[in-house]
Write a protein that binds this ligand. Structure first.
Ligand code: PGA
Length: 256
């Protein structure tokens, strides 16, 4: 059975005090215990968030990035080992903003995935096409290439630890959401590609999240798609009530 997951990607938002307040609000709100709730906050919030949420069931803390290097003279960088040492358990890798603004190539992302896995962090690996690629009907090929270039060197046991996030670039922060038809079509394609490479069991057990203007209004419909196992949520994760409403959009009853 695949895990239902909602991950909040705060991006570069919230001072330390603001972030800790948001964590406290999330912790105090009743959210479905059947959903794994991941908070991908800025590095500075991670130790506090781990502390605040560790006693609560079904929460995990993620970093939004890690270095492609293990350690050493890389001023300003944070390694996978450093992230793991805080108690964080997940890390977003390959977000389109990192690919675009920080020139992260498939080769760099491969290093990041390897370091994350070597340090027992679960990579939340992001893939997705831009508007032009969607318009010219290349979206399936683009996503297939992103999977293949960065992940297909992994042994099945390592691949099975990953979470995949499909984030069409044209939907990120734009208010344009993929329709449930588009999301289901792509998620089904991703699962079938994983099946081809790693077999049925791994493909059926890999959680594939949707990201791109996911909010409390559209989450229910998106999450009802057979191959959509939850969401990677940016803007709407910055308010506790919106984030909790998205978590509770699965057709399961909130119990804690
Ligand atoms: P958004 O961002 O929900 O603000 O569109 C999603 C993401 O980039 O992970």
């Amino acid at each position: 059975m695949r895990r239902k997951i909602v991950a909040g990607n705060w991006k570069m938002n919230k001072t330390l005090a603001e972030g800790m307040e948001l964590i406290s609000e999330i912790a105090a709100s009743p959210a479905s215990s059947e959903v794994l709730k991941i908070i991908a906050c800025p590095f500075i919030h991670i130790p506090g968030a781990v502390q605040e949420l560790k006693a609560l069931h079904g929460f995990a803390i993620a970093a939004q990035n890690c270095s492609e290097h293990a350690s050493g003279a890389y001023t300003g960088e944070i390694s996978a080992a450093m992230i793991a040492s805080t108690g964080a358990t997940h890390v977003i890798i390959g977000h389109s903003e990192r690919r675009q603004y920080f020139n992260e190539t498939a080769a760099v992302l491969t290093q990041k995935v390897n370091h994350a896995l070597a340090n027992n962090l679960v990579p939340i690996f992001c893939i997705g096409e831009n508007q032009e690629e969607r318009n010219s009907n290349q979206h399936l090929e683009v996503v297939k290439k992103q999977l293949k270039e960065t992940l297909y060197h992994l042994a099945p046991a390592d691949f099975s630890r990953l979470i995949i996030a499909y984030e069409p670039i044209w939907a990120i922060g734009t208010g344009l959401t993929a329709t449930s038809h588009q999301a289901q079509g792509m998620h089904n394609f991703i699962r079938s590609e994983i099946n081809k490479k790693y077999g049925k069991e791994i493909s059926e057990n890999t959680s594939v999240l949707y990201g791109g203007s996911c909010n409390a209004e559209n989450a229910k419909e998106l999450f009802s798609c057979m191959d959509v196992d939850g969401g990677l949520v940016g803007g709407a994760s910055l308010k506790a009530t919106d984030f909790i409403n998205i978590i509770n959009s699965f057709t399961v009853s909130p119990t804690e």
